[in-house]
Design a protein around this ligand. Structure first.
Ligand SMILES: *[C@@H]1O[C@H](CO)[C@@H](O)[C@H](O)[C@H]1NC(C)=O
Ligand SMILES: *[C@@H]1O[C@H](CO)[C@@H](O)[C@H](O)[C@H]1NC(C)=O
Length: 295
């Protein structure tokens, strides 16, 4: 009696005793994604129920992080199960596992740095899974947020939008001696203060001659961040409002206590066709270096 009830229930759920539940998709390493100048590791999460032309999110870990840690510590894989998109989790090849956001190679389109390796992962996944080239996104936390800024600057043609949690502007963590994967304490401590025009030139020089579209950009930063100090918030906002030609001192919309109590969201570039705007700055009062991911 009980067993036949169970059989009926399983049948209703589309299961049978003979065929066990299909194993849920898992984080998987991809080793042959194409040219990989810095030996960056590629991990991918492809949900069981994949959309026909799946969007792709590149989710980039923090220093001392791994693909596995960011996979477990961020909401993207669960959301991928729900919506059918793909997540790429790149993993830094360096000891300390911060990203190279300091060398000329990584700060240049097709320059042979980490950014180049990550761009090749995107191209591979788009082709392998028939991905939607108009819906490729990049995000990351801390060092991964720095890399998000760098990806948006060096590969603007690949991404529709970018979200950086507690990073620094692209080109802020440079190494004057050209060192790969260098720490830049001037930038980290918030002592770099430049004009929007300066940052705009920094971004444009990373991919000279490029005139196509650029990803919408969202900057999150906490007001009591003592790893990458809060002035990096304004510098990042100056960078992306500058690139799009908005006045960073005059956001079009300001929302208090949004998306959470104590957060302030400033938005530039709102139009009827683009109600969420083109640049968003989200400043989190009394939040430290770890701004919770708003999946
Ligand atoms: C740190 O970055 C700034 C630019 O953001 C640069 O002027 C400075 O030279 C860099 N520091 C080192 C030690 O390379
Ligand atoms: C950012 O710039 C604005 C305008 O100058 C200023 O009011 C604000 O205090 C700055 N925020 C930070 C975190 O430095």
């Amino acid at each position: 009696m009980r067993s036949s009830f169970l059989t009926a229930a399983l049948a209703l759920l589309g299961c049978s005793k003979a065929a066990p539940l299909e194993k849920r998709a898992a984080l998987t390493q991809v080793t042959n994604f194409g040219s990989n100048p810095t030996n960056t590791l590629m991990y991918i999460y492809v949900p069981t129920k994949l959309a026909a032309n799946p969007p792709i999110i590149v989710a980039i870990h923090y220093c001392q992080g791994t693909a596995q840690a960011y996979y477990q510590g961020s909401p993207y894989a669960q959301l991928a199960d729900q919506y059918g998109f793909i997540v790429i989790y790149p993993q830094s090849p360096y000891s300390g596992t911060c990203w190279d956001v300091s060398s000329k190679a990584s700060l240049t389109h097709n320059g042979g740095g980490d950014s180049n390796s990550i761009a090749n992962m995107v191209t591979y996944a788009l082709s392998k899974h028939n991905g939607d080239t108009a819906k490729v996104f990049v995000t990351g936390s801390s060092s991964g947020a720095m890399m998000t800024n760098v990806m948006a600057a060096t590969y603007p043609e690949l991404f529709a939008a970018a979200t950086a949690y507690s990073g620094v502007p692209a080109g802020c963590f440079v190494s004057s001696s050209g060192q790969v994967d260098a720490w830049n304490s001037t930038c980290a401590s918030g002592k770099v203060n430049a004009t929007p025009q300066y940052w705009t030139n920094v971004v444009k020089n990373m991919y000279q001659g490029y005139t196509g579209s650029r990803p919408r950009f969202q900057v999150y930063h906490g007001s009591i961040d003592t790893t990458l100090y809060p002035p990096n918030y304004n510098e990042s906002v100056k960078e992306w409002t500058g690139v799009f030609g908005y006045n960073y001192l005059a956001p079009q919309t300001r929302k208090a206590n949004f998306p959470h109590s104590g957060y302030t969201t400033d938005i530039w570039g709102v139009t009827t066709a683009n109600p969420l705007g083109t640049v968003q700055g989200i400043y989190a009062l009394n939040v430290g270096h770890t701004v919770p991911i708003n999946g």
